[in-house]
Design a protein around this ligand. Structure first.
Ligand code: KG4
Ligand code: ZN
Length: 368
């Protein structure tokens, strides 16, 4: 039996500086001893999106304090740790370097193993911070930078069933919200606006709906919503109606593609029966959206899948998910060297990203 492990996690891949201490018990029980998240939203808001240089500097300025807070809240000294896990990509590389370097420094100074964690793997395990979600499960990972359907077989073993061919779902939320005059990040603002809107008011394109495959496309919807916002939105009620219509269209597409992925997944894993092992999970910032969660929960129930989503605080970026991914990797025997690189691109399923690219692989490798 593996002894309990206590791991410090560090996350700096986008606009949140986060640190967390997580204990993974010998019996697999997970305890989040602390989870500190400092958002940079106010620094980026005037620009309508994340400015990479500003983000990297802001991470440098507070990373030490945030790690200190996470250790203090966990009431532990560095001597109590069994490992340090830091996000090593994918993300804005200037920011990734800050958190990864901090993790390396602590690992070196304390003689602790370092685990270089893929941010997407963090989202993949985030559901396990608060619920028993045994492997394997089908995952919809919908965040600001990614929208993928993955068969999560175990620690570090994911197969991609589908991905977006243009924008991510969170990106669509952000851009549609911006066209309605909402500040960055638009997802939560659009959800608030949609609460008093009529979703049937505007007809928006639902790309790929009903088509074969598990890929997503959101750019047509985004453009159509922006045009409507410019041409037909005058009153506060118009804005709420367009927000509700757009949210509904995004949720419908996510549910439709997820249903297809469920069929593919069942074909691959006929041993998993409804009610025993057929599990569908949604994670990432967009999983915080109530309408999206409800649409996915319905789709899962209809397809004979159990449904789980992380608590809201673990949907958006946090370091507890990085600490847990690191702890699970430590148990599985993975370690990384102090030369582990910061990676702007790092697909979870490298083979699928190379063999079925939706974006041409560039100098920095396959995208997602
Ligand atoms: O996972 P996350 O925090 O960061 C990335 O890894 O990208 O996701 C951020 C994304 C943003 O696009 C944000 O607008 C979206 O998640 N988001 C939401 C909600 N909360 C966050 N989208 C819709 N409804 C929400 N309540
Ligand atoms: Zn994320």
């Amino acid at each position: 039996m593996t002894p309990a492990l206590t791991v410090l996690g560090i996350e700096t891949s986008c606009d949140e500086t986060a640190a967390s201490v997580v204990r993974l018990g010998a019996d697999g029980a997970v305890e989040v001893l602390s989870s500190v998240v400092a958002s940079q939203i106010t620094a980026h808001a005037p620009y309508g999106g994340v400015v990479p240089e500003l983000a990297a500097r802001a991470h440098v300025e507070i990373i030490d304090a945030i790690i200190g807070q996470a250790m203090a809240q966990a009431q532990l000294g560095f001597g109590a740790l069994n490992g340090v896990a830091a996000t090593a990509g994918p993300g804005l590389v200037g920011g990734v370097m800050v958190g990864l370097s901090a993790g390396k420094a602590i690992a070196l100074a304390r003689g602790l193993p370092l685990i270089a964690v893929n941010h997407l793997e963090g989202h993949a395990v985030s559901v396990r911070l608060a619920a028993a979600a045994p492997y394997p499960f089908l995952l919809l990972l919908a965040s600001g930078g990614h929208c993928q359907l993955l068969s999560v077989e175990g620690v570090g073993a994911c197969q991609r069933l589908g991905t977006t061919i243009d924008d991510a779902a969170g990106e669509a939320f952000d851009k549609i919200a911006a066209s309605l005059g909402q500040p960055y990040p638009g997802g939560p603002a659009l959800e608030r606006l949609a609460a008093s809107g009529r979703a049937a008011r505007f007809v928006l394109p639902r790309a790929l709906l009903g088509r074969a495959g598990c890929d997503f496309s959101f750019s047509g919807l985004k453009t159509a919503a922006a045009r409507l916002a410019a041409a037909e939105v005058v009153t506060e009620q118009d804005r709420a109606d367009l927000a509700a219509s757009a949210q509904n269209a995004i949720a419908a597409q996510l549910a439709d593609r997820s249903r297809r992925a469920m069929a593919v997944y069942v074909g691959r894993r006929p041993d998993l029966r409804p009610g025993s092992g057929r599990l569908f999970v949604v994670a990432g910032g967009v999983a915080a959206n109530g309408a999206v969660r409800a649409a996915l929960e319905r789709a899962a129930a209809e397809e004979g899948f159990d449904f789980l989503a992380p608590p809201l605080e673990y949907c958006t970026d946090n370091a507890a998910m990085i600490a847990l991914a690191g702890a699970e990797r430590l148990v599985a025997g993975f370690r990384d060297g102090l030369d582990a690189p910061a990676r702007p691109r790092w697909p979870l399923d490298a083979a699928a990203a190379l063999n079925h690219p939706t974006h041409k692989p560039g100098r920095k490798g396959a995208k997602a």
